[in-house]
Design a protein around this ligand. Structure first.
Ligand code: PLP
Length: 400
């Protein structure tokens, strides 16, 4: 029995079985390449689910984390720490927002945004404004509030009752306007629905949504947990659409693999959560903040966001070519920047395809029912994208 199969067996036996984990133990990585415990090499088009923005073992991130760990990792929010203050300054500058709150995951950032919205209207003497309007097929996280906002039944089954959220079809501006009643505190949306299958908002939807919520005084929350931090070719996907939400939530790629979540908001919302009303023990810790600060600095110093646009076009064109070559297997290709998907035709087992890709040394994930999602590190090389496309081509050719 190999060390890998032995470990996989222990994992199978002792870990809580809420995931379908492949019997592969990832041991190390470099850039967009991973190796398992037996030395098998994989091209990583998953990046820890759009998390490893700088790829694996980026020297600047490794050095910053080691340096910070040797200084101080956690001081509590009774005091400031320098990386956290500098991160707040930098994040507000690059997003045009005014204030930053930090937590440890995407779900927590969404939860904070929902609490902030309720409390904002409570303080303003409008306690009836407590609902969140969200979209069908959305994903906002797994705590009870974020789960209520999530628009996919498969995540909610057995956890009800989940209250406080209304849902209308994604991209439907007329339905949104009809649903913006006096009980709605906020609208939450993803510029591109990630977990729902990489579904971009229709053209003009975001600007229409901004206008509609401005008219009713409803807060607009952009869930950029998956699309933010350069993933779609702008720091925020909303910036490419020219809209300014009231609240933006970030997580996934923000600290390059170290757990973090962030809520950014305008100054008008700065008094909604006064001292004592909300908080986090680990939120804003020096280690995660230093990692995030390093990610932001490296995005700039290495010009990575402009690169995302070029590489995104390369990836999209490559996937479109495969769709033409395999019309009975790929239904469509969609996405923005380095968040792209090849949607398999109904009747093709996505898990079978995933396993075949993995055997040939390509890691990616299925989003929605049938979308093969590409969310590579932003530092991925063109040759690595070509290699991944070649593996997908060979796998689809073999597929009967
Ligand atoms: C991943 C994700 C979340 C949840 O983030 P976690 O860090 O898993 O809690 C929420 N919203 C969107 C859009 C996501 O992609």
């Amino acid at each position: 029995m190999s060390a890998q199969s032995e470990l996989a067996e222990l994992g199978h036996r002792f870990l809580y079985p809420n995931y379908r984990q492949a019997p592969v133990v990832i041991a190390r990585g470099e850039g967009a390449v991973l190796w398992d415990a037996e030395g098998k090499r994989y091209i990583d088009m998953l990046a820890g689910i759009a998390v490893s923005a700088l790829g694996h073992a980026h020297p600047k991130l490794v050095a910053a984390i080691a340096d910070q760990a040797a200084r101080v990792m956690q001081v509590s929010n009774y005091y400031y720490n320098e990386p956290n203050v500098r991160l707040a300054q930098k994040l507000t500058a690059v997003t045009g927002m005014d204030r930053a709150f930090f937590c440890n995951s995407g779900t927590e950032a969404v939860e904070a945004s929902l609490k902030l919205a309720r409390r904002h209207f409570h303080t303003r003497g409008q306690p009836e404004r407590l609902k969140v309007l969200a979209y069908t097929n959305s994903f906002h996280g797994r705590t009870l509030g974020a789960l209520a906002a999530t628009g996919q039944d498969k995540y909610k089954e057995g956890f009800g009752p989940l209250t406080g959220a209304l849902h209308v079809p994604f991209g439907d501006l007329a339905a949104t306007r009809r649903a913006l009643g006096p009980e709605v505190a906020a609208v939450i949306f993803e510029p591109v629905q990630g977990e729902g299958g990489v579904v971009p908002a229709p053209p003009g939807f975001l600007s229409g949504l901004r206008a509609a919520t401005a008219e009713t005084g409803t807060l607009l929350i952009a869930d950029e947990i998956q699309t933010g931090v350069g993933r779609t070719g702008a720091f925020l996907a909303c910036q490419a659409e020219g809209i300014q939400p009231d609240i933006v939530v970030l997580a996934k790629g923000l600290a390059g693999g170290v757990p973090i979540g962030a809520l950014l908001c305008k100054q008008e919302l700065a008094s909604a959560l006064p001292p004592g009303s909300h908080g986090s023990t680990f939120g804003g810790n020096a280690l995660a903040s230093r990692a995030a600060l390093t990610v932001l600095e490296t995005l700039e110093s290495e010009g990575l966001i402009a690169r995302v646009r070029e590489l995104g076009e390369l990836l999209e064109a490559g996937l479109a070519r495969l769709a033409t070559e395999h019309p009975r297997k790929i239904e469509t290709v969609r996405g923005t920047g380095l968040l792209q998907a090849a949607v398999l035709r109904d009747g093709i087992d996505p898990r079978g395809v995933l396993a075949a890709l993995q055997a040939r040394g390509l890691l990616l994930s299925v989003a929605g029912a049938r979308a093969l999602r590409f969310s590579p590190p932003l530092v991925v090389k063109p040759a690595e994208l070509e290699e991944a496309l070649g593996i997908l081509d060979a796998t689809l050719t073999e597929l009967t």
